[in-house]
Write a protein that binds this ligand. Sequence first.
Ligand SMILES: [Zn+2]
Ligand SMILES: [Zn+2]
Length: 175
Amino acid sequence: MTVAVPPLAQSLDSPDWTLLRNLGIGLVVVLWLATAYWTFKDARRRIEDPWLIALATLIGLFPPFLGPIIYMFFRPPEYLQDARERELEIKAMEERLAQLDQRCPVCRARVEPSYLVCPVCTTRLKQACPSCAQPLESLWQVCPYCATEIPPSLPALEDLAPRPRRTTRRTKASD
Ligand SMILES: [Zn+2]
Ligand SMILES: [Zn+2]
């Protein structure tokens, strides 16, 4: 079995080797562009400023392969989507807390959602349901506790207005 082994110099010049070399270069270039594209995609999800995204993409391109690693050291730690969701969650939590922390519109005393009248300044806070006596919100058209329809004539919002004759002015005058 005699296989002609060509000398090294000859094999480098052969068409087979050229093809292999070109394939290798092509693969490296594709890999390089892919890492740069990944950098661009990742930056777009983390950075809002288009100039900074362009800068990150540039770093992803140059230096090749090292750039994306450098970018990973400096990229923002979280996705924009996550940051927005967290902001919404915080806002919702604040709203829930604000609902828990209800205050009398007149004297700012803390009141429970079930209070009909402010215990400090006697301001009317809510109407009681005519059927089951549960406290009703001013916008409700039907009692959610007993399904009684609430006549729209009930002066709900007016009750939230200050009542001068019953406010703390009287206690001040008596001091
Ligand atoms: Zn009050
Ligand atoms: Zn009711």
